[in-house]
Design a binder for this molecule. Structure first.
Ligand code: HEC
Length: 395
């Protein structure tokens, strides 16, 4: 498809995806907050209530203890936010990774796959991951021992992320892992949580009691979604951080950030209920420092040795040979738009201006050249790194 059309699809779908996603995560954060902040009510039939002031008016919300015998005509379900976030997300994945150039999706140095193979693996993965997760969590073992089952699921998720990094370049591996986890979250809403709510509504109509197993399951799944939220949001923005996804141990850094995100979500929930286990934010801070240390010292980084000053002419020759086919106001590589990533490297001033970003992409990590299309050599990365370490001088 034409690059301009893809760019516009990318823009519009991403815009919608973010707006709808904010609606979904915002309402789910709001309800967790609400549950933790209700004041006990003395009125019969009311479990808790709260007064709020917002956008120029007072609001009073009550949580009803038993379902009303007669339901109001208008009952809001909060179900389309999740579904539409998923739909826009899948379209965005296809637009960015499957319709344009394969440069983000396939790196023969990692695995020599073609696009159709990756797409098939992904579709099988989406269905398989959900089925495995869902069937595991309805076993009596998982229903009873949520903690042990949680550990097992966590390690399974890490194994999945690791597997993806063995097939795809880091950036694509991360976003595909995010698509898998996001799918589990949305399926939780549609397959487990909403049916349980439907049973609740049906029971209140007949005056009966809904199946407690359904309610228990729905609660478990909504807790999983809660803990997945921050890790999945990190994955969704991870394409801005090549020092994470481009790291040889990217899956391990992801594991660290997922633990930090999940832990901080737990802290938010208990904090909203009036407790403040300080060790959690402290451990998270320490965790960030550990991840940052590993990220700053990638084992595969071009070893920048102290050496003689690098003449700029040599750097310019490397950039011309390895980067300019894409990074130009008039790229010769027909798979990219002018100035990809906002970076043109035509003039000495532009090369100097982008020195630190080039270091992040082509010296510390080997994210650039994309899929090493221009076959940059390790010596050239070292040279570039040394020139930047020496102050990126233009002489
Ligand atoms: C095959 C085309 C291609 C080649 C060759 C290439 N790049 Fe890129 N580069 C891209 C694309 C496409 C993007 C935009 C990525 C995105 O949309 O996030 C990009 C983005 C970048 C960015 C900006 C990333 C950011 O968000 O900060 C830098 C810096 C960069 N490249 C450096 C280099 C350097 C240095 C080289 C040469 C060693 C190089 N690139 C070679 C295609 C290429």
């Amino acid at each position: 498809m034409q690059a301009e059309i893809l760019d516009w699809l990318n823009l519009l779908v991403r815009w919608a995806h973010i707006v709808i996603g904010i609606g979904w995560i915002g309402s789910s954060f709001y309800f967790v907050w609400l549950d933790g902040n209700l004041d006990k009510s003395t009125r019969s039939g009311i479990e808790g209530e709260i007064w709020m002031v917002h956008s120029g008016g007072f609001y009073r919300t009550e949580k009803i203890l038993v379902a009303p015998t007669e339901l109001p005509r208008h009952l809001h379900w909060f179900r389309w936010e999740a579904a539409l976030t998923w739909i826009t997300g899948m379209i965005l994945l296809v637009v960015v990774y499957y319709l344009g150039s394969t440069a983000f999706l396939i790196d023969p140095a990692i695995a020599d796959l073609d696009r159709d193979t990756v797409a098939s693996i992904m579709i099988l993965g989406l269905v398989g991951a959900w089925l495995a997760y869902d069937l595991f969590w309805i076993t009596p073992f998982a229903e009873k021992d949520g903690r042990a089952a949680g550990f097992i699921s966590f390690f399974a998720a890490i194994a999945l992320a690791w597997g993806l990094t063995q097939l795809l370049p880091g950036r694509a591996a991360f976003i595909h892992a995010g698509a898998l986890f996001g799918t589990v979250m949305v399926a939780n809403v549609w397959v487990r949580i909403i049916p349980a709510q439907r049973a609740l509504v049906a029971a209140s109509k007949t005056g009966g009691k809904p199946d407690p197993a359904l309610a228990h399951r729905a609660k478990q799944r909504s807790m999983h979604n809660s803990y997945l939220t921050l890790p999945v949001i990190f994955i969704m923005i991870s394409n801005h951080y090549p020092f994470i996804y481009g790291h040889p141990w990217n899956w391990a850094l992801l594991l660290g950030l997922a633990l930090i995100g999940g832990g901080m979500r737990y802290w938010m929930i208990v904090f909203e209920k009036g407790r403040n286990p300080l060790w959690i934010p402290l451990a998270a801070t320490l965790g960030v420092l550990v991840v940052a240390w590993y990220a700053a010292n990638p084992p595969g980084a071009a070893a920048v040795a102290a050496g003689p000053p690098v003449p700029f002419a040599e750097v310019q020759a490397v950039v011309a040979a390895r980067c300019q086919s894409c990074h130009s106001a008039r790229p010769t590589d027909d798979t990219v738009q002018p100035r990809p990533g906002g970076v043109a490297l035509d003039s000495p001033a532009e090369i100097r201006l982008n020195a630190q970003r080039m270091r992040a992409q082509a010296v510390l990590t080997q994210v650039m050249p994309l899929a090493n299309k221009t076959q940059m050599k390790p010596e050239e990365r070292e040279l570039l790194g040394r020139w930047i370490a020496q102050g990126a001088k233009l002489d």
